[in-house]
Design a binder for this molecule. Structure first.
Ligand SMILES: *Cc1c(COP(=O)(O)O)cnc(C)c1O
Length: 394
């Protein structure tokens, strides 16, 4: 069989239009929800913030929701609420967006990287236990790609060692762990509402928790650390601790509330696309998929696949650039955090610290996945992967 010429070598691309790896869906109802806030009196810190907080908390089965200006700010505040500071440590995964670890560093604390499981690509709980010291205050696991981590194991380690679990669920809004919704299990759970995530507010984030103590502390940290000591003098306030301006506005929250109405439908569609991919790739040479353990209902923020480099004549970057020339927005999630120059320089991290994550990252590719993708788009991705892997197959 004669192989079609790859677009990277001058052949015709599989599709004419660029297909990004993720994209928001904003409809007319979303737009009028936002404009109605703009026409009103309060464009920030009006009623929409609390409405959005309750709606998100209810959707994921938590008592309290505290909205933040973005997911990173929400992670930072959660780390502060957990008591992270100078001379403390938090254990996290290297296979994540840098924000997970940066949030620990903002507190003056040290991020400690535990290796991942080769099967699920999530943080490995055995490796967490090995890294605990008397300075460890928190575990910050990430539901990579939308697959909930093994929360029972992690909460058990936390309980034995009096640690706080801050679950970075920026990928897993709508996921379920052993019949419990993500957001209802960890001490604090953090979501992001960036446009590539499950619902968007433009920029935005939230911490959900069942603890009134954390909720109160998080509200204070979001608003400069301000408290009002005297109910009879509503104009008086004091700074009781150092806080930030990490507020989210009514404009953003109106968009979030309107988007939230479609979350279940969207997660359903993400699952549909992921199973279509899984079916097509099961029999394809050169590509494999991470495992989804039973009891973990994936939310599919991204679709990642693992290249079998032994059967290919090029590397991950070769495959990604060939796919991008076919107009398929393949991407990399993520270069391991501990190998970034800042982390190497500041914490003395380097190659060999997390061998599984380092090996996996060399094989990882992300393929397009978002709810408004058509079945035709899915077919284009599969055709492009088949074409590119066919070309580079040994
Ligand atoms: C998106 C993301 C964040 C940060 O979210 P922002 O809202 O962009 O600040 C944190 N952690 C992970 C794993 C993410 O994917």
């Amino acid at each position: 069989m004669r192989l079609e010429e790859l677009a990277i070598n001058g052949g015709a691309a599989v599709r004419r239009e660029w297909l990004p790896y993720g994209r928001q869906d904003v409809n007319d109802e979303d737009i009028s929800a936002v404009t109605s806030v703009l026409k009103g009196d309060m464009i920030t810190q009006g009623p929409r913030v609390a409405e959005f907080e309750s709606a998100v908390a209810e959707e994921c089965g938590a008592k309290y929701g505290i909205a933040f200006s973005n997911g990173t700010a929400a992670l930072h505040a959660a780390c502060l609420a957990a008591g992270l500071g100078a001379s403390s440590e938090a254990v996290t995964t290297p296979l994540t967006f840098a924000a997970s670890a940066n949030a620990i560093v903002y507190c003056g604390a040290r991020p400690v990287f535990a290796d991942i499981s080769r099967e699920t690509l999530n943080i490995d709980s055995v490796s967490i236990e090995r890294l605990l010291t008397p300075r460890t205050k928190a575990i910050l696991p990430v539901d990579f790609a939308g697959l909930p981590v093994d929360l029972d194991k992690i909460l058990n380690i936390a309980k034995k060692n009096a640690l706080v679990v801050i679950e970075d669920a920026c990928h897993s809004f709508g996921a379920v762990y052993k019949r419990k919704k993500v957001g209802s299990v960890s001490h604090m759970t953090v979501f992001s509402f960036h446009p590539v995530k499950h619902i968007t507010t433009g920029e935005g984030g939230m911490v959900v928790t069942d603890s009134s103590v954390y909720a109160e502390k998080l509200r204070r940290l979001r608003h400069h650390g301000i408290t009002q000591p005297d109910k009879d003098r509503p104009w008086a306030y004091e700074i009781s601790e150092l806080g930030y301006n990490y507020r989210l506005s009514d404009i953003h929250c109106a968009l979030g509330l309107s988007q939230l109405k479609r979350i279940r439908k969207w997660v359903e569609r993400r699952r549909e696309i992921a199973s279509a991919y899984a079916e097509c790739f099961a029999s394809m040479k050169g590509i494999g998929l991470p495992k989804v353990p039973s009891g973990h209902e994936h939310a599919w923020h991204i679709f990642v696949a693992l290249l079998d480099l032994n059967s290919l004549t090029t590397d991950r970057d070769g495959i990604i650039s060939a796919l991008r020339c076919e107009n398929i927005g393949a991407a990399l999630h993520y270069p391991p955090v501990h190998l970034h120059p800042f982390y190497k320089r500041t914490f003395g991290c380097g190659e060999g610290l997390c061998p599984i994550a380092e090996d996996i990252a060399k094989k990882l590719i992300t393929l397009p996945l978002f709810p408004s993708m058509t079945d035709g788009d899915v077919k284009d991705v599969v055709a492009a992967v088949r074409k590119v892997l066919g070309h580079y197959g040994k």
